[in-house]
Ligand binder design. Sequence first.
Ligand SMILES: [Zn+2]
Length: 290
Amino acid sequence: MRNDTTGPATLTAAAPAGAAVPLIDIGINLTHDSYDADRQAVLARARAAGVVQMLVTGASPSGSAAALTLAQAHPSRLFATAGVHPHHAAQLDGEALAQLAQLAARPEVVAIGECGLDYYRDFAPRAVQQAAFHRQLELARRIGKPVFLHQRDAHQDFHAILREHAPQWRGVAHCFTGGETELSDYLALGLAIGITGWLCDERRGAHLAALLPRIPASRLLLETDGPYLLPRDLTPRPASRRNEPAFLPHVAAAVARARGESLAQLAHASTDAARALFMLPAPAATDNLT
Ligand SMILES: [Zn+2]
């Protein structure tokens, strides 16, 4: 997650026209209270926009349990991650770790995370963040599921810890906004790269557009990170400034343009890449609409 902007739960913008190729939103904070009033409508708009599967992000023990509950209500369409975000690292005591391990064993939980380091906010002491990160990498290895990684302003320590645990894990660097060095390091580690609507921000996304062609198609994943990171160039912009999965085709189109690929080509490859990393089943043809 990015604690950038969220507004009240109203949406005025229409969802973009349905994407021709199914997309997977690998990072949506769907348990966030900004979706409480209209979560079913959000899911319906996602479907109409061609977003066929989503990973509901867990960022704390209670948030991960809520993400699992949501995923269980929408089999083969919603999945969950289970983890403790670096902001909440202090919550990961022995009891919480045992809870997390139980959640992580569920088939609907397809990744451990968000986990990682965030020295931008420093909401938890760095040593505490590092300890929580180590524990979650060990958990991922034990249960054989990939990690969903968050890193901000902490590349050096983050990279060192991942290397320490390599090659015992696989995973995705979620919401990648870094530079050339970070990308090279991540690719060398074998990570997949998660791209959000950060790319669509003309003030801070230009460097990212230049790096996108370097990401192998089989390792490029798409995410909204809603309700955060509403693409800045979206028109019309919802008055709430809340992001949601129905806007993923907009992000996909921006990624395709930056890579010089067709939208269909990009969508196909990233959907395959997401299914492979998280071992997702194909969505059932008749799963319930809500
Ligand atoms: Zn995050």
